[in-house]
Ligand binder design. Structure first.
Ligand code: APR
Ligand code: PHB
Length: 390
């Protein structure tokens, strides 16, 4: 088989790039290890920057997002018994975010790929990348007991943190930067009315909590838990009781609880791999970087990688202009690191760090006190939350 761009990974990054390139007449094949249902079964992010939403519309996949997604013009931070609002609309000259589940967004992308005859291979086992520096790369994989080879011009590694692409860059070339946090997030999805029309990030002495949503009948909640906790340690009742303890009383009083339809624990890490290019391989999304979810940047930092790659590959095929490809890693990393900073800052400000010095605990409180005493500080938070420019 031959294609112009072979994309490894059928998550949101890979699918969005495939869809955008298709609309420019550029041929792609997406190789996804899991089944479509498995990919759609993952419960992930829920907040889209306006830049990501614009890309979905450009990919002709934004119709359901615009119909079912919720525009949010602010969110709340609960701290020290207070509930303060960050007015995104006010501090960004009218910008906002869209609350729309990654699962739904990925479903929309799959349906668009199918509608347009896109080539998405599921069950692609043993994907391996070859001749990345030769100018004539190819990718091999197995499906069942058959082996396949795809010759291509470029390979895009959109195969997430545990994928094969980043690991295809030689150890003496790849530089990795990582910070692992001493806690994780226990998340619950429940068919209940959300406790608040806007997201609530709660800093509490027992630990961080987050009240989010997918729709007016589907709520998403998280609580910070020690890394040693296992899912079986947390019954639904135990989860609701702990969440209630961490919310302001007036919020807790209106919390509607119900059975969890999904429950999972995820560790928190900050991670960046450099460079994001090796020969004719380009990394995008979680394959190259991971953020703690506190700043809702995970999917959104993938968006700028896709935006840069989409334009760079289009310029290459349409105009023979390789400037975008040559500059991709530098440009993508510049915005990736700003998302890393923001995610680290939100995480550091809102979580309980068991090994903090008392001085550091005071700094955390001061970070919040300064934030809500300064229009400039709130404007800085808001511009990051709605999304820095691509
Ligand atoms: N071969 C083929 N596919 C693979 C391989 C492999 N060796 N390894 C991983 N994959 C697939 C995974 O099954 C997954 O569907 O690559 C896809 C990567 O998707 P994501 O992990 O969702 O990464 P990305 O598309 O960059 O999206 C980033 O997802 O994890 C969240 O918080 C993250 O919201 C962010 C978003
Ligand atoms: C979510 O709804 O899953 C969510 C929202 C905001 C975050 C993290 C997760 O910062």
């Amino acid at each position: 088989m031959r294609t112009q761009v072979c994309i490894v990974g059928g998550g949101p990054s890979g699918l969005l790039l495939s869809q955008l390139l298709h609309l420019k007449g550029i041929d792609t094949v997406v190789l996804e290890r899991q089944s479509r249902d498995y990919v759609l079964g993952r419960i992930r992010a829920g907040v889209l920057e306006h830049g990501f939403a614009a890309l979905m519309r450009e990919a002709q996949c934004g119709e359901r997002m615009d119909r079912e997604g919720e525009i949010h013009e602010g969110f709340l931070i609960a701290h020290g018994g207070k509930l303060d609002r960050v007015d995104l609309h006010k501090y960004t000259g009218g910008s906002s975010v869209i609350v729309y589940g990654q699962t739904e967004l990925t479903r929309d992308l799959y349906e668009a790929r199918e509608r347009m005859g896109g080539k998405v291979v599921h069950g692609a086992e043993g994907v391996a990348l070859h001749e990345l520096k030769s100018g004539q790369p190819y990718v091999t994989y197995r499906q069942g007991d058959e082996s396949f080879r795809i010759d291509c011009d470029y390979v895009v590694g959109a195969d997430g943190f545990h994928g094969v692409s980043r690991k295809s860059i030689p150890r003496d070339v790849l530089r990795e930067y990582e910070r692992v946090y001493p806690f994780g997030w226990l998340g619950v999805l429940s068919r209940t009315k959300p406790v608040s029309p806007e997201l609530i990030y709660a800093k509490h002495e027992r630990g961080f909590a987050l009240c989010s949503l997918r729709s007016q009948v589907l709520s998403r909640y998280y609580i910070q838990v020690p890394l040693t906790d296992q899912l079986e340690d947390w019954s639904d009742d135990a989860f609701w009781a702990e969440l209630t303890r961490r919310l302001p009383s007036e919020v807790a009083a209106s919390l509607v609880t119900g059975p969890s339809i999904e429950k999972s624990i995820a560790p928190l890490r900050s991670f960046v791999a450099e460079p994001m290019r090796y020969g004719n391989l380009f990394l995008a999304g979680d394959a190259a970087h991971i953020v703690p979810p506190t700043g809702a940047r995970g999917l959104n930092s993938a968006a700028s990688d896709i935006y840069y790659l989409y334009h760079a590959l289009t310029d290459h095929y349409r105009a023979g202009d390789d400037a975008g490809l040559e500059d991709y890693s530098r440009k993508a990393l510049s915005r990736v690191w700003k998302a890393q900073r923001f995610s680290w800052w939100m995480t550091s400000m809102l979580h309980r760090f068991p090994d903090n010095l008392p001085y550091e605990d005071r700094l955390q409180d001061t970070e919040l006190a300064y934030l809500f005493s300064s229009d400039n500080a709130q404007a800085a938070l808001a511009e990051n939350y709605v999304g820095l420019p691509f």
